[in-house]
Every structure is written in C-alpha cells, then in structure tokens.
Design a binder for this molecule. Sequence first.
Ligand SMILES: Nc1ncnc2c1ncn2[C@@H]1O[C@H](COP(=O)(O)OP(=O)(O)OP(=O)(O)O)[C@@H](O)[C@H]1O
Length: 604
Amino acid sequence: MPSMKHKEKNMHNQLHRLLPLVLLAPAALLPVLPVPEYWITLLNYIGLYSLVAIGLVLLTGVGGLTSFGQAAFVGIGAYVSGYLSTRYGVSPWLTLPAGLLITVAAAYLIGLLTMRMSGHYLPLATIAWGLSLYYLFGNLEFLGKHDGLNGIPPLAIFGRPLNAGREMYYLIWLIVLLAALAVTNLLNSRPGRAIRALKGGVTMAEAMGVHTAWMKVVVFVFAAVLACISGWLYAHLQRAVNPTPFGLNYGIEYLFMAVVGGVAHVGGAVLGASVLTILKDLLQGVLPRLFGDNGNYDGIVFGILLVLLLQYAKDGIWPYLRTWFPRRTPVDAPADAVPLTVRKKPARGSLLLDVKAARKEFGGLVAVNDVSFQMRAGEIVGLIGPNGAGKSTTFNLVTGLLPLTRGEIRYRDDIVSNLTSRDIAQRGIGRTFQHVQLLPTMTVLENVALGAHLRGDFLPQGGVMASVLRLNRNEEKKLLREAAMQIKRVGLERHMYDEAGSLALGQQRILEIARALCGDPALLLLDEPAAGLRYKEKQALAELLRKLRAEGMSVLIVEHDMDFVMNLTDRLVVMEFGTRIAEGAPEKIQSDPAVLEAYLGSVA
Ligand SMILES: Nc1ncnc2c1ncn2[C@@H]1O[C@H](COP(=O)(O)OP(=O)(O)OP(=O)(O)O)[C@@H](O)[C@H]1O
C-alpha cells in the first residue's frame, strides 16, 4: 500500500503538472482577443525560434555538442517546402516529410563524420555546413538565387487555409508544445539518461554500456529535425523564402537564444527565444531614435547585453525563474514493478577472471608488465601497490577502457581483451572510478538507473522514439525499480531524490557501487572505494562488500587503506612498477619480504 508520503508526493507532482496549463491558458486566448496583429507576429516568430532552440537544449545544453549550423536545417525545411509547393503544387503536408527526409539524411551524414572526433570538430563542421548551405541557397537558379521563392501557398487544415498570423499562431505553438513535451519525455528516459551522460565525458557512459558516438548522432539528428519543422512553418507563414534567415548569423543567434534562456532546460529555450526576439525588436525601435538611422547600433548594444548576461548568469535566466515554482522530482521510484531478469551467475569457486601476461605500454613506459592473476567466483581480491604501480591501468585493461599491448584476459568463457567497455559491461563486469564520475545535477535515483542502461526492453541503442511517445513506461518502471532496490541495498535510500552532486564524497562512492550493481554484474571492480570515507563509513562499506560476497558477488578492489584491505580481502595481488611482485592471503602478504621492502615497510 502506498505510504502517506508517497501519496503526498504524487499530489504535489500532479499539481506541478497542472501549473504549465494554468500559465498557458491566457496564451491560448490571445488570438481571439483584440491584441494588435504585431504582437501575434512577434509571438509567431518566438514560436519558430523556440523550436530550433529546444533542439539546441538537447544538443548543446544536455549533450554538450555545439552547433552553429541549425539555421541551415531551418533553411532545408523552408526551401524544400517552398520549392515543391510552388514548382509542383505539392501539398505542404507532403513537403514536410520530404524536408525531414533530406534533413535526417544530411544530419546523419554530418553527425557520423564528426561525432567520433573530439573537441572542436563538430562546431567547425557546423559552421562550414551553415556557410556552404547558405551560399548554395543563394546561388541555385531553381531556388531563385538571392531573391528566393515567392508565392508559397498557406498551410490548410481540412481545406481551410491558415492565411492569417492568428491562425498560424495555434499551429506553431501546438508544435512548440509537442516539441517541448517530446524532449522532456526523452530526457526522462533510459536513452535520455544516456544523452545526459554525454556531457561529463564518454568514459563513464561507455562503461555503463552507452554507445556514446551513436547517441551523439541521435541528438544531432533530433535537433536538426526540430529546426527543419521550424523552417517549414516559416515558409508557410512568411509565404516567401530567401537565403538571409538561414545564414551563419542566424545560426549564432539560435545558439545565443538557448544560452541566454538556459541551455540545459527546455523552458529556457522558449524563454531565450522570447527575450532575444523582444529585445532585438525593442532595440531596433528605440536606438534609431536615440542615435539616428545610419548606424547598426542594435547589434552593438545587443552584443554588450549578451556579454553582461553571460558574465553574470552563465546558466541563463531559466534557473532563476525556476526557483519561483515548486520543484518536483523528475522521475520517481515506482511503488511496484516487474523485476528485471537477472543473468545466471557463475558457480562459487569457478574460474571467473583470468589475466594472462597482460601488458600495457604507454610509449616507452611499461605501465603493466606481463601481469598475471586469477579470480574465482565469490572472492574479494585486493590489488595493491604504491602510487603509479599500474593498478588503475590494470583495471582499465580488464574493463576495456584501454586496449592491451599484449597478453590476454578471459572472463568466464570469453576472451574479453580488447573488447569495448560497452561489450565488457554487457558481459557482467561492473566498475566504479578512482575519481568519482557521476551526473551532479541528476538525482541519485537517475544516476543509479544509468547503470541499468543495458537492461532495457528496447535495443541499447534504440528506444528513442518509444521514449518520446511515452511508450516506455513499463521499461522505465522496471529500471527505476531496480535502481531503487540497489540504492536500498547499499543503504542510500535517504538520499534517493537528492541531487547526486549534493552528497558527500563517501556517499558518491557508494552511489557508484549501486550504479555498478544495477548492471547485474558477477564481477565488481572498485577503484579506491574507501578514499575520502570516514571510519564509520569505511566499516559500513566493508560490511556491504561482505554482504555482496555472501550473495556470490566477486570483487576486485584497488585500495590504499591497508587496514581496510587486510580485514576484507580473501587474497591480495601486489604490484610495483607495473610488475606483480607477490600474491597470496593478506596475512602472508603482510610478512612477504619483497612486499615489505617495496611498499608495506611503514605498515609492518
Ligand atoms: N594514459 C596514460 N598515458 C601515459 N602514461 C600513463 C597513462 N595512464 C597511466 N600512465 C602511467 O602508468 C603508470 C601506472 O599508472 P596507474 O594509474 O595505473 O598507477 P596506480 O597504481 O593506479 O597509481 P595510483 O595508486 O596513484 O592511482 C604511471 O607511471 C602513470 O603515470
């Protein structure tokens, strides 16, 4: 039976859902009120810009990928529809899919070419793309060169043409609303969490099984699609197109809109589009009166205002506005759901991990020097050694983060050396990181659910459309139930809905263990899990690891805290300068002369 607290929370969330409707109701009445036509035109344009900016929230704000070329995709939507409807009389409802097809193909190609590269390639590629398409529009005879295309027909619904701006208003804002909903749905889903993991770097996301390169292509195409729809609406609102609004200037302005509003929030996109459009309009009206007609002062003032804004409100305006409204948790742990299927675990004592002469060279440095060791199911093995001994590198070899220079690693029945970390996670090896890697603004629940990325109903790379259309409810319930269960298992339930970034370092390390457990591993690799923990927390962690071992889990642990390691592990592997210098039970290691000399001298 749901608790009182749960009911209260549900009611709070319902109210929260109603709030946007209450705020939007007056907006819906605007066109039937005696509002000047000019306002409606302005609002229509804000709607069109919002669509592009919402795409940028997903791409830049959430995905961390910067594009200056969105205006070019708007141009494709506008020109394809303009051309087909004026030249061949094709219905605008058919030109939209045609535009989308070309957009998806172009974005897919650009995405595929650039997303695997790092750093500045994408922004540069989008600038090149934006410029070349702009010049293409302006030079093609059949697109009317710089004069563009005129006489584009209006959109019609049930044979009724939407001639007036007031009629287009509803269609434009309905589409903006649907786009906002689609992106929000996507962000609160399994692929959405994967997309949100992109910004923090690909290492952690890949270790959770996320195909990061593919996810980047997906968000790039998604943002391009929204831009194309905006262009299509523009062509039939304006009834004429020319290359100017699809140039690089506009590409930069779209990005500004998203940044000013708050690039990480869907609401910020609409806000940014509104603020910039109205501001630009005001400045264009006021400045000529102050300084005369012959200068382009609005651009200068606009630029100064933007610099000030970015200086003092880096995250945009939205985060400030949001504090006025009640917060709700983005996703909740379900009261009940079908459990996820679990993999068959290896029999206790069977050979689980077999590292055979693993070698890793970084240029001339041999970080891991033909290291061999084995692990059996149900064991806790410690990998110890002084700083720089090669422990983390060994971890990275086992988890596929680094390729081996030589040697072989077997896990259960498979050779896993040189598989991707995605494939290795899929086989049941979970890990935590020496430097905690989590998504600080997401809740603990969402962070942990990311660990179950490979256990969804849809293909690991798929499920985007299902999430957009909310056909993923069952999947979400199952994944969130699993996440909540693992959070309870590690004892973090009090923090389930806290932002992960607000936890103490020790708790963040525990969160990482829960996230790794969500992948249903048979082997856990923990990189310095006790670092930064207080004495009591260390005891609790040791207790948790013993409990996991009792349930059949195997744990390979890198740790500098000798008391912790000696009291917990079944066996130790000691490394120095990349080489394995000893192996055995903790008591034996404590008196091993080679180890004492190399490392434990001060402890013994
Ligand atoms: N990507 C890399 N490129 C070049 N050298 C590296 C790289 N990663 C690690 N090394 C080097 O390899 C050696 C082993 O490093 P590693 O981080 O594996 O040691 P460690 O035992 O985990 O140390 P610590 O306890 O300080 O974390 C070090 O000399 C380190 O400088």
